[in-house]
Design a protein around this ligand. Sequence first.
Ligand SMILES: [Zn+2]
Length: 334
Amino acid sequence: MARDLIHVYTGGSRGRGVLLGGDATISFAADVKSELSSLTPARSCCQLTELLGIFYSSRGRIIRSGDGQAAYFPLLRNPIARKVVRLVHLLGGMEVKYQASRSAKQMTFTVELSLPDHLREHFELASSRFGVESACDRKALVRGVFLGCGSVNAPSARYHLEFVLPSAGWAAVVAGLLAAHEIRAGTGQRQGHHLVYLKDGDGIARTLSLMGASRAVMEFENIRVVREVSGQVNRRINFETANIDKTIESAMRQVAAIEALERSGRLSILSPALQEVARVRRDNPEMNLTEIALHMRLSKSAVNHRLRRLVELAEGGAALSELDEARPEPAGVV
Ligand SMILES: [Zn+2]
């Protein structure tokens, strides 16, 4: 194997954090990338495929280097640069140069591989000619591409995972790989970049697991369960609160109607059945329909019917005799 030239430049005295791959923003996306960076595929087919995934998705390019040519990887995270170096070691036959540099805004990690002829063609493929046959390589490619251009939100926030690809062709390759695993992704464009994105929790969990990020899948699923259960609880509380509001509102309206009938002297001329339900309602404004029915040993629909009639009489001001006689109670009412 060729001798590796490893050369690190940290751009001055403020090299703090260089090896940790950036500042204090330890996000879920960074955790996922660190986990994926730490995985090392055992087969050489997967090693090369993952390397190519990182190369193409991070907008790697071929540059002149000495007498020959080299593949140049511009990377924003140190764990990924280190993974590139590790994959190259495992594949063998290439010289590697690694460099870290700091600009005003960010750290950049670059890796340069001298390309022997037999490997060069792999780094010069159009996306349309990039085919992966075996299942192991499909996973390796998704993982490599995610390392090069992917990001994912923490599951506590809005569900979102995306790949920001250099061309529509590559976006189609990634969407196709996901579709082969029954993961439905959306595609679109943002400022000249080609996006492949997922917005559903299931799809994101499956993509993470397809790439082999099992620790991230566990964390994602745990937070997702908590989030969905609390969503259900909130929906139920809202529903119950709305129902309680409705019950209170109609009880108040019934009590007001009964009091109006009483004030105008009309309550005493109603049928005993209506007077009885009026008395129970007025004395127990906090009861719901079921409780009144139980208390009076009547059916719920009978109580409901009578209370409605009291409200109609009070609010509609209709002639009592007319209403009382023309509208018989439904069958089955006691
Ligand atoms: Zn493989």
